[in-house]
Design a protein around this ligand. Structure first.
Ligand SMILES: O=P(O)(O)OC[C@H]1O[C@](O)(COP(=O)(O)O)[C@@H](O)[C@@H]1O
Ligand SMILES: [Mg+2]
Ligand SMILES: [Mg+2]
Length: 334
């Protein structure tokens, strides 16, 4: 079930072909299960709790079990999943380590909104933790499947970004010639605005200035999106630019935001950088940071490079300039 590279003919690295074929086979099956909705059972029913304390939905567990089973014998030694407390050893003689969010956007399972799967593949270290608790500059591949009106695979092997769409007539992922590249200009921001009162001053100031529109310090109007599915936001930003923010906030257990470094933020960061964008924790480059545990969370800001840089600058502004009463930011922020 390897993705068909007819459009570009560009090779898929040999060592990655078996795990990628397995990922595509499971994703195609998942796509079909998801498209049947309630006909296929209560996919969005809460059946437990994962390590993070997040509600575990039936589809979360189904997806995790399907990916883990399909990846056996494909060269993956270490399998790190959102839905499993510890790293699983699939093939002791495998040379690869795979981190996965089997089902991303779980709150949308029952409301027919796009959901997805996020994955990242890197060389396996001798020890499980050592394979994942390290800087993110040795990815061999990362990407996501999005189960929406189209089921698509967006992936990078470290040489740009490629997109494949599932052709339901053949069950194969066919490469398109529209390789996503994040536009340098955009006017959309994505953030869960209901958390405004919990954000830091620099984040509030950045969003205040977007909301102030043409009359405010930015001198232009913006639009807001929040799908509550990281994969859907990523796909939109990969396609038409913009910025996504899930910052740290003052709620209990959100001091490092909500999203997890190993199987959400680092794989997305590698992909976004390959598409010409940037990804940080609001200040520091995501891929330069080392997670201290498998399910460690991190604040996450990614998208159009200039916008991500601007959020970093807001964190450098003097206290007085990020108080929400302050009308004008430093001149260079015009
Ligand atoms: O519900 P919130 O706080 O807006 O958070 C939405 C975020 O949570 C997530 O659903 C977390 O991912 P999971 O669904 O895999 O746990 C992201 O996809 C999404 O960006
Ligand atoms: Mg997720
Ligand atoms: Mg998930």
């Amino acid at each position: 079930m390897l993705p068909q590279t007819g459009k570009t003919g560009a090779e898929i690295p040999q060592a990655l072909q078996p795990p990628l074929a397995a990922l595509c086979a499971v994703a195609a099956d998942l796509s079909s299960v998801i498209s049947r909705g309630a006909l296929g059972g209560a996919l969005g029913e809460t059946i437990g709790e994962n390590t993070d304390g997040d509600a575990q939905k039936a589809l979360d567990v189904m997806a995790d079990e399907a990916f883990a089973a399909a990846l056996k014998g494909t060269g993956i030694r270490w399998y790190a999943s959102e839905e499993q407390e510890d790293v699983a050893e699939l093939d002791p003689d495998g040379a690869l380590a795979l981190a996965i969010d089997p089902l991303d956007g779980s709150s949308n399972i029952d409301v027919n909104v796009s959901i997805g799967t996020i994955f990242g593949i890197r060389p396996a270290a001798e020890e499980a933790d050592e394979s994942f608790l390290r800087r993110g500059d040795d990815f061999l591949a990362s990407g996501y499947f999005i189960y929406g009106p189209q089921t698509a695979l967006v992936i990078t092997f470290g040489a740009g970004v490629r997109m494949f769409v599932l052709d339901r007539r053949t069950g194969l992922f066919e490469e398109t010639d529209k390789a996503p590249a994040i536009p340098a200009e955009a006017s959309e921001f994505a953030i869960n605005a209901s958390n405004y009162r919990h954000w830091s001053k620099p984040i509030r100031a950045y969003i205040d200035d977007c909301l102030a529109g043409a009359e405010g310090p930015r001198g232009k109007n913006f639009n807001m999106r929040w799908v509550a599915s990281l994969v859907a936001e990523t796909h939109r930003i990969m396609t038409r630019g913009g910025i996504f923010l899930y910052p740290a906030d003052q709620r209990a257990s959100y001091a490092q935001g909500r999203l997890r470094m190993v199987y959400e933020c680092a794989p997305i960061a590698f992909l976004v950088e390959q598409a010409g964008g940037k990804a940080t924790d609001g200040i520091h480059r995501t891929l330069d940071r080392t997670p201290d545990s498998l399910h460690a969370r991190t604040p996450f800001v990614f998208g159009t490079a200039e916008k991500v840089d601007r959020v970093t600058v807001y964190h450098d502004l003097p206290e007085a300039e990020v108080s929400s009463l302050f009308g004008n930011r430093g001149l260079f922020l015009a």
